[in-house]
Design a protein around this ligand. Structure first.
Ligand code: CU
Length: 163
């Protein structure tokens, strides 16, 4: 019995090692999405950021050719009203994914250079303090969407502000 457990344990370790190595040094962007909006207006991009690097990191800026200004924002209560506020950085801790979603943290796309239409994707470059730059393709959802494709219902945050 002891021998069998030992063998099983050794095999499990060997099987997991390549995966563990592959996941190192990586910041994973899960289900990014943005909202459709017209040229000259504002939009926002949302996503979940998972830190597999083993050390604390933070998103420090973002850029996209479809917006003249890109800022990192959060929502804060001020006098009973939810307002957007720029933040210097969005922390991405190990084992604690950063969740960007309507009514909370988001990447604010200010003064769009063109219309963002549902169904297209837009490039977005994310700059992390440690992990460096990552450029991702962000699917555009309808103007009133509250989540990524296939997750539009059931999150229960339907009454938040639009960005
Ligand atoms: Cu904002």
């Amino acid at each position: 019995m002891i021998t069998r457990r030992f063998v099983f344990g050794a095999v499990a370790v060997l099987a997991l090692t390549p995966l563990a190595l592959a996941a190192q040094d990586k910041v994973e962007i899960v289900e990014p999405w943005a909202r459709a909006a017209l040229s000259g207006r504002n939009s926002a991009a949302y996503m979940t950021i998972v830190n597999h690097t083993g050390e604390k990191d933070e998103l420090i800026s973002a850029a996209t050719p479809v917006a003249r200004v890109v800022e990192l924002h959060t929502h804060m209560m001020e006098g009973g009203v939810m307002r957007m506020r720029p933040v210097q950085a969005i922390e991405v801790n190990v084992g604690e994914p950063a969740v960007l979603r309507p009514g909370g943290l988001h990447v604010m796309l200010i003064n769009l250079t063109r219309d963002l239409k549902a169904g297209e994707t837009i490039p977005l470059t994310l700059r992390f303090r440690n992990a460096g730059e990552r450029t991702i393709e962000v699917p555009v959802q309808a103007a009133g969407a509250m989540g990524p494709a296939g997750h539009g219902h059931g999150h229960g945050h339907g009454h938040g502000p639009r960005n």
